[in-house]
Ligand binder design. Structure first.
Ligand SMILES: [Zn+2]
Length: 211
């Protein structure tokens, strides 16, 4: 991690409502999947069912509009669905008004605050003070992550399993994955087995941070 990212994380970690890593007590972790839904979502949902783990899906509003049945399917299977903006634009590039419009459009597409709270993950993890304040004053919990699987650039399932293995993932961690990638799905059984072997339970972000 470079110095700029370290400083940015140190700042974020002190802002209430910006969540990166959950409490270590309880030995729980959250697996999170960004950028869906897409045609591979049903396969991923079957896999997660087989593995018996719930996850959190940060979905794009424009994709949710295209696949309303998949949004219902996430919820039906006990997963958390949350906002990832409408069309994956960097929030820092949007005006306050445009950002709020993106949030509303996406909430409408996902059935509005399905978890009972409004959660958002900024596309690219990119956020600036204005967009952060805008989201916080609109009541959003800003959900970052503490472990990046790097599955956007690393396509080897064995390497992904290593990155998300017990050496790097412990109690309270929030792991970032992306939807629509065969290598991520191929790595998941190994990742989940290793987490379970370490005594860790997979829960939604909502449950990980529940008081
Ligand atoms: Zn994304």
């Amino acid at each position: 991690m470079n110095v700029r990212a370290l400083v940015k994380n140190a700042v974020f970690d002190r802002i209430p409502g910006v969540l990166r890593k959950g409490p270590a007590i309880g030995k729980r972790v959250a697996l999170t999947f960004d950028d869906g839904p897409d045609p591979m979502t049903p396969q991923l949902l079957e896999l997660l069912d087989d593995l018996g783990v719930p996850a959190t899906f940060f979905v794009c509003g424009n994709r949710a509009v295209e696949h309303p049945q998949l949004i219902r399917e996430y919820v039906r299977r006990g997963h958390q669905v949350a906002n990832h903006g409408f069309d994956h634009q960097r929030f820092s590039k949007l005006s306050r008004r445009a950002l709020l419009e993106q949030m509303d459009q996406t909430e409408r597409a996902i059935g509005g605050q399905v978890s009972g709270q409004a959660w958002v993950r900024p596309p690219h993890g990119s956020i600036d003070p204005l967009s952060m304040l805008t989201l916080r004053s609109a009541g959003y919990i800003i959900a970052m992550w503490s472990v990046d699987s790097m599955d956007h650039s690393e396509h080897d399932p064995a390497k992904l399993a290593e990155t998300c293995g017990p050496a790097n993932v412990g109690a309270g961690d929030v792991v970032l994955f992306h939807e629509g990638q065969t290598w991520t799905m191929e790595a998941l059984p190994r990742i989940v087995a290793a987490l379970h072997a370490s005594g860790l339970e997979c829960v939604t972000m909502h449950d990980l941070f529940a008081k």
